[in-house]
Design a protein around this ligand. Sequence first.
Ligand code: NAD
Length: 519
Amino acid sequence: MATKEQAIESSVDSTAPNADATRIAVENPATGEVIAHVPVLSPDDVAALARRGRAVQPAWKALGFEGRSRVLLRMQKWMTDHAERVIEVVMSETGKAYEDAQLADWAYGVAAFGFWAKNAEPYLADEKVSTASPFVKGRKLVLRHTPLGLIGVIGPWNYPVTNSFGDAIPALAAGNAVILKPSEITPLTSLLLLEGLHECGMPEGVMQVATGYGDTGAALIDHVDMVMFTGSTATGKRVMAQAAETLTPVSLELGGKDPMLVLADADVDRAANLAVQYSMFNAGQSCISVERVYVEEPVYDAFVAKVTEKARALRNDASTGPGTADVGAMTFSNQVEIVERHVEDAKAKGAKVLVGGHRGHAGRSGSWFEPTVLVDVDHTMACMTEETFGPTLPIMKVADAEEAVRLANDSPYGLGASVFSKDLDKGEAVARRLEAGAVCVNDALVNYLALELPMGGAKASGVGYRHGKGGITKFCQHQSILVTRFALKDEPQMYPYKKGVTKGLQKAIRFLYGRGKRS
Ligand code: NAD
């Protein structure tokens, strides 16, 4: 039987020894118990799903925005009616705290079904375009968006609703069929939501779930019209390279190393509270977690004291319901090794552990790492330069905002960032200097909840965006239409070319564009 470790190995190499080639054992990471088995779909299975998806997609498209929205809105109600079941399944395969599953998976999903049901039509409505070109003045110019056909969504394990359905929903709302390849670590939530969609009237085959390891994801790339990938930067590169072979468009939401900058005039209490909350939320397994903090010298001691006090009080345990634990298990056991490596590397290079620092949980099996606060860190340490993706908060003292900005930008990643300052203009000015796809001032992470606001990574953190208008037009073919209504049988600039007309045209263009000063 494949363990989770073997499963992830085989996501890269299907020939991994001991990997069960036909089924995946899904574990509860809070206990280490196997809770279900799901099949591994072969390339032939994926091809069959693709044929089915393509066969039913035209009828789904023909339903129009209203017909599709009806199904999505029913699903929104299904999600609210089945809140406890969705949260329970998410918790069972991720080991996260009840509140983390409620806010960042269930509540996000509820909002997303409604958001795309309502906004797909206005976002994808034909756009009238006007032009300054004298050659086509008076023509009707229209940009339209038509569904690409079959979309492949490949998801990670950290948020099984949000990072898979967050894209599947707009793809469906646009009129596409979707095949979702959930992470092999957390496939159960996708299967539950698929069941819900069918109960809500989604025609069979429009949305399909292809469970399996990385090879199943790789097979999907060859069959779809567009790949929406969320996962690590390393896998994202492989996905993009494979998609290039068939010129299949990709959108990639990848890893991050989000910095928090605490300026000397910050509300230190708020900054410290948010630093703890958003470094430990989901056991630190958020692409936009606070992964490193830079604090200006005058408030460094106060900030560290508050963070330490708050982090020490966190209940790191298996959640049994609302209010029972703060920081849950780590979802993927291999991730524990990475977190441990980063903490040990930091310690060996002189960092001090103020809180936590150890793997495991007394009295529990499963995948655990203590909420950990590190100080005396610098950029020679992996905890400040590589994605840790765990419940760690390394804090570095900086001389001033300039140093904070320089260090924040000293990263191959550029997903999110946050700046804390009571001077909002200053905070925003600093935010604008950060190389990140999204920056919060006096806040962190919550930009993700504004579905109207595009979210995407700079540098090695991604290609493309989710949310906002671009979050649905990416699943469409853009078609520009030009209609000439009133026209001559022939136009003067056409064949045969005539010297007089050519000279006249040049004169006209020079008159139109050539006047004015040269400076
Ligand atoms: P991963 O890259 O290991 O796997 C992601 C998915 O890709 C899985 O479903 C996996 O089976 C599949 N896969 C693996 N090899 C493949 C291949 N060759 N072709 C096609 N599919 C393949 O990522 P993960 O460990 O599941 O997720 C954690 C990572 O995801 C972190 O780096 C995190 O930052 C990132 N992430 C990014 C965002 C974002 O929005 N930017 C959101 C969540 C997670």
